[in-house]
Design a binder for this molecule. Structure first.
Ligand code: NAP
Ligand code: MG
Length: 505
């Protein structure tokens, strides 16, 4: 069994207490590895190392070009080890090997490449023209924030690790990352690869595994930390804000969602059905921006719902490590129980689902049926139903009928969340007009789930604060400092403020 260590201050180490915890393959329950169980003292050690590396080390003082070269070397390391990383990611988190190979590992690689480009091309000084004050030179310096911590969820462990590490390091910060306890392995393996290749000075990157309630809280609260970036549930996001407020740290929050995927009556129904099914059931719906509310226009409603049911029933569940599997297990029995509770609630609120609503019965031997849940669709749902308002984070789609475009927009926006959404339509002008009225951070027209590091990603309303990726996702890792230079170095009368005070100072 592979041994996993944490990275603290350039060393691969266990928890100071010597404690570990097990991580499992959710499809079978089989134990994969023991990982170090950090506590607050390990978190404090990692933060102190990151602080020293920032205050005294070479990393923040390197040029953008030098940092870009290192980030590209990390991207190359990911590419060189993609087969191993894909297997770890898929086995530990239950996502299909296809997703790991085609999206997770290359997606993380491209995040490092994008932020390398940011480090190289974004200016760290802008000279300002036209001062209103006489005889002064003014410029803005863009500086790293300092020690940045990242706390990430289990649904996309490797990509989420890259979204926290790459922008922080690109801008000259140092970083402490805590992966989710269900899925620590790929982030720990990345840290090990970086350490073995000796790509970073000690303390610039630290990766620690351990419980959110202690290690995560320390990363958000510790006064030596300058910024915390969190991806996870809205409930824990609120807690992160509270903890960070103690030292008025900036936070980036990427939280939950209940996104609407609007199907207009001019859509190609076959293409739209693909868009809705992919938009909902990819990774079993364990995706924050999933389009879990399909808003379908009345004229095509019956035909479209039948098409959805037929195609959802054909989705193939199985071993996530098999290249032919469409859907693997959910992350954990507790997540399956959450789905079961919501499906029971849906039966009360709406009636029998038109497809799914049960565990699969035809899995290969060795796979635990209770770890899997069939794609489930409730039709004729009222947007006020709890299953349409609350994030389930599982393979459950609510289909909601509407008559007019205005009504669709009102339903789409009637949510505490605002992470993403979709419009499926044959008329791009109509679709773009609707996109402009949706209060969400991303809208996909005739597509879904396509995220690229060049484009900002984040939420309106209770889906979060700030944007990751894009140029915006680089700017949030830098301070802007204004420097005003009065070139006159002597002579009492050249100070502008003399004209504001009448006195003789
Ligand atoms: P979670 O329970 O909020 O956990 C996320 C991370 O926070 C984990 O690393 C967890 O550690 C840690 N944590 C838990 N309690 C904490 C605390 N009191 N203080 C500090 N850290 C704490 O979320 P999850 O169940 O892993 O992920 C599912 C949720 O994430 C969904 O709501 C989903 O919508 C959201 N999500 C959002 C995005 C986005 O980009 N907007 C992306 C992915 C997921 P442990 O693992 O040790 O508990
Ligand atoms: Mg696991």
């Amino acid at each position: 069994m592979a041994e996993y260590k944490m990275l603290i201050d350039g060393e691969l180490v266990g928890a100071a207490s010597g404690e570990t915890f097990a991580t499992h393959n959710p499809a079978t329950g089989e134990k994969i590895a023991d990982v170090p169980k950090a506590d607050r003292s390990d978190a404090e050690r990692a933060i102190a190392a990151a602080r020293r590396a920032f205050d005294e080390g070479p990393w923040p003082r390197k040029s953008g070009k030098e940092r870009a070269d290192t980030l590209r070397a990390i991207a190359q390391l990911i590419a060189d080890n993609s087969a191993e990383l894909s297997e770890i990611e898929s086995r530990d988190g239950g996502g299909t090997i296809r997703k790991a190979m085609l999206a997770d590992i290359p997606g993380a690689q491209s995040a490092f490449e994008w932020f390398a480009q940011m480090a190289e091309t974004q200016p760290d000084r802008i000279d300002l023209e036209g001062s209103p004050f006489p005889a002064s030179n003014n410029y803005v310096l863009f500086e790293p924030l300092g020690v940045c911590t990242g706390i990430i969820p289990w649904n996309f462990p490797f990509i989420m690790a890259s979204w926290k590490i790459a922008p922080a390091l690109a801008a000259g910060n140092t970083s402490v990352l805590k992966p989710a306890s269900f899925t620590s392995l790929s982030a720990l393996r990345l840290a090990e690869l970086i350490a073995e290749a000796d790509l970073l000075p000690p303390g610039v990157l630290n990766v620690i595994s351990g419980p959110g309630g202690t290690v995560g809280e320390e990363l958000a609260a510790n006064p030596m930390v300058d910024k915390t970036a969190f991806t996870g549930s809205t409930e824990v996001g609120r807690r992160i804000m509270q903890l960070a407020s103690g030292t008025v740290k900036p936070v980036t929050l990427e939280l939950g969602g209940k996104s609407a995927n609007i199907v207009l009556d001019d859509a190609d129904l076959d293409q739209a059905a693909g868009g809705v099914l992919w938009g909902t059931f990819m990774h079993g719906g364990q995706v924050c921006e999933s389009g879990t509310r399909a808003l379908v226009q009345r004229g095509i409603y019956d035909e479209f719902v039948n098409l959805l049911a037929e195609r959802a029933a054909a989705i193939n569940l199985g071993d996530q490590l098999d290249m032919n599997t469409d859907l693997g297990p959910l992350i954990d029995r507790s997540q399956v129980e959450t789905v079961e509770r919501y499906v029971a609630l849906g039966r009360e609120e709406v009636g029998e689902p038109i497809v799914g609503g049960a565990h699969p019965e035809d899995l290969a031997a060795g796979l635990d049926p209770n770890a899997f849940y069939r794609p489930t669709i409730f039709a004729g749902v009222d947007n006020q139903a709890r299953i349409a308002q609350e994030e389930i984070f599982g393979p459950v789609l609510c289909v909601i009928p509407f008559d007019t475009d205005d009504e669709a927009i009102a339903i789409a926006n009637d949510s505490i969340y605002g992470l993403a959404g979709g419009v499926q339509s044959g008329n791009l002008e109509r679709a773009e007009s609707m996109a402009s009225r949706m209060r969400t951070g991303t809208v996909w027209i005739n597509d879904y789930h396509l995220i690229d590091p060049k484009r900002p990603f984040g939420g309106y309303k209770q889906s979060g604060i700030g944007r990751e990726l894009g140029t915006q996702g680089y700017d949030i890792y830098r301070q802007a400092k204004h420097v005003h230079v009065n070139p006159e170095t002597s002579g009492r009368d050249n100070h502008f403020h003399y004209s504001l005070l009448s006195g003789n100072i």
